[in-house]
Design a protein around this ligand. Structure first.
Ligand code: NAD
Length: 310
């Protein structure tokens, strides 16, 4: 199968690319190394895929690059490229608009001319639900940050291209993905880094925010299944199954790493989600997918990885 992965140098995109290659597919990966975090980190993410004979890398910005050649002959397109993270979206709205909306629009336009296309997977987020993202796909969408608004707008663009041009699209709403290569500004990455290095944890809010974090391998498995088998037009919540508060997770990190955390409280983050807990029954009913990695096992793997990059 001929796949395209946008955002292939990122956290989730690099794992997805490796998995598709391991399954025997040919993959064209597109990324422009945005400066959200350091380019060498992304180059490292991509190094495994780059060594694979069925991988072709296209360094291009979806928002203004030439895309026709990169998407020619594509059968399955996984659109993960985006500007993630809610904090910066309050101050850099133009970048979010460009990477999440303009980029998605240009990619959809390019795909109109690709007759081989069988599926387009749009990576969305629990942030489209806003403060209380707990439940199934029928929850009202009410984003609480500019990031969530741009990602929801991307969902709507995708829907409109499906309705007007027959684009076979599926939307996956990811819930806090974690594991090796997790983005360096994400909560669990920071907590583990601080605990391992004996630095006080900067805890925003009261720590009672509920999270249903998703282990990366579970996220990739569901994404591949959705790409190959989901019915176009469907939207799925993709979450980890096990729910814990932020403080619970810090306690787990202490226990697994054998180190004690000190915690310094910081004010709430604007737009922070108070609860994210996906009901993933629809993925089970449609695709036979359930998360298989619990928090203890997943955190153990992420801690092992972070020890290697300290
Ligand atoms: P990431 O930042 O690690 O990866 C995104 C990649 O996209 C980066 O390598 C970046 O350089 C690239 N990119 C951004 N704009 C681009 C553009 N205009 N042209 C080409 N490449 C561009 O992020 P991630 O955590 O791997 O997230 C991947 C996707 O999953 C995103 O769409 C994000 O919104 C979504 N998501 C992630 C999480 C999570 O917990 N990590 C949760 C919900 C949703």
């Amino acid at each position: 199968m001929h796949c395209v992965v946008t955002g292939c140098a990122g956290f989730i995109g690099s794992h997805l690319t490796e998995r598709l290659l391991a399954d025997g597919h040919a993959v064209v990966g597109i990324d422009c190394f945005t400066d959200y975090y350091a380019r060498p980190v992304k180059e490292r993410n991509l190094s495994g895929a780059k060594a694979h004979p069925k991988f072709r890398f296209v360094e291009a910005d979806l928002a203004d690059g030439k895309l026709a050649d990169a998407v020619a002959g594509a059968e399955y397109v996984f659109h993960l490229a985006a500007m993630p993270g809610l904090t910066r979206s309050w101050v850099d709205f133009d970048v979010y608009n460009r990477c999440n909306l303009t980029a998605t629009h240009r990619l959809l336009e390019a795909l109109k001319a690709v007759p081989t296309l069988k599926k387009f997977v749009y990576a969305s987020t629990s942030s489209v639900y806003g403060r209380y993202a707990s439940g199934d796909e029928t929850l009202p969408t009410k984003p609480s940050s500019p990031y969530g608004i741009t990602k929801l707008a991307g969902e709507h663009l995708t829907r409109v291209y499906q309705e007007e041009f027959g684009l076979p699209a599926v939307v996956l709403r990811f819930f806090s993905v974690y594991g090796p290569r997790q983005r360096p500004e994400m909560g669990l990455h920071l907590f583990i880094k601080w605990v391992l290095s004996g630095t006080p944890i900067q805890l925003t809010g009261d720590g009672l925010q509920v999270r249903g974090a998703t282990y990366i391998d579970d996220c990739v498995e569901a994404t591949v299944r959705a790409g190959l088998h989901a019915m176009p037009g469907e939207t799925f919540n993709l979450g980890g199954g096990e729910i814990a508060t932020v403080l619970d997770m810090i306690r787990k990190i202490e226990r697994i790493s054998g180190k004690t955390a000190t915690i310094e409280r910081r004010p709430d983050r604007k737009g922070d989600q108070l609860a994210t807990a996906a009901d993933v029954g629809k993925l089970w009913r449609h695709l036979g997918w359930k998360p298989t990695t619990g928090l203890d096992a997943g955190l153990t793997k992420q801690i092992e990885w972070q020890r290697t990059i300290l």
